[in-house]
Design a protein around this ligand. Structure first.
Ligand code: COA
Length: 162
């Protein structure tokens, strides 16, 4: 059984991330979507909130598990018995960073393979920072993120009374 992990910050999960998960599910038996606990970024949502939003957004995918991890991504991959690490590649600008990370992870654990998947072209310009900015200034994010994230962003930015 081929199991892979899909690590990220997911602050919050976007439709671009969901697109990557749907492609990974078509290729592997189990996909563990895993939230990094200490990526050195200050986050809008807590790890628990990010896990909850991912679980709700991915509840229809029977072979997807959501969890979180501390420390090195390759150690988590080994712990859960994953053969690979899924990452999304949206544009050439993502490539250098992903390439560096993949080579470092290979050096750390040669048996874990990085698999880069490209989301649909409509998501190439999308990232979590843009979504957070848009929501903060009352922009409509419903086209870019799952329903639960739209709701949670409204609560975060004080629009739940509408
Ligand atoms: N669609 C939309 N957006 C996407 C996307 C997709 N398919 N794929 C990535 N993104 C966006 C994210 O939303 C995020 O946007 P933001 O920076 O505006 O918030 C950005 O791309 C970065 O993506 P993310 O997946 O969160 O990566 P990251 O650079 O924060 O790295 C880890 C997260 C977990 C992979 C990394 O921090 C890590 O491996 N940490 C553990 C330590 C370790 O093992 N390091 C490796 C050894 S070098």
């Amino acid at each position: 059984m081929a199991k892979v992990i899909y690590p990220g910050t997911f602050d919050p999960v976007t439709n671009g991330h969901i697109d990557i998960v749907s492609r990974a599910v078509a290729l592997f038996d189990e996909v563990i979507v895993t939230v990094a606990r200490n990526p050195g970024k200050t986050s809008l949502f807590t790890v628990e909130e990010r896990v909850e939003m991912l679980k709700e957004s991915l509840k229809d995918y029977k072979r997807v598990v959501v969890d979180s991890f501390d420390g090195l991504v390759v150690n988590h991959a080994k712990q859960v018995g994953a053969v690979g690490i899924i990452r999304g590649l949206r544009a050439i600008s993502d490539f250098e960073y992903e390439f560096q990370m993949a080579l470092m992870n290979r050096k750390l654990a040669g048996e874990i393979t990085t698999i880069l998947l490209m989301p649909h072209a409509r998501y190439t310009y999308l990232n979590s920072t843009i979504v957070r900015n848009l929501a903060q200034f009352q922009g409509d994010v419903s086209e870019f993120v799952p329903k639960i994230v739209v709701e949670k962003l409204k609560i975060k930015f004080g629009k739940n009374k509408e």
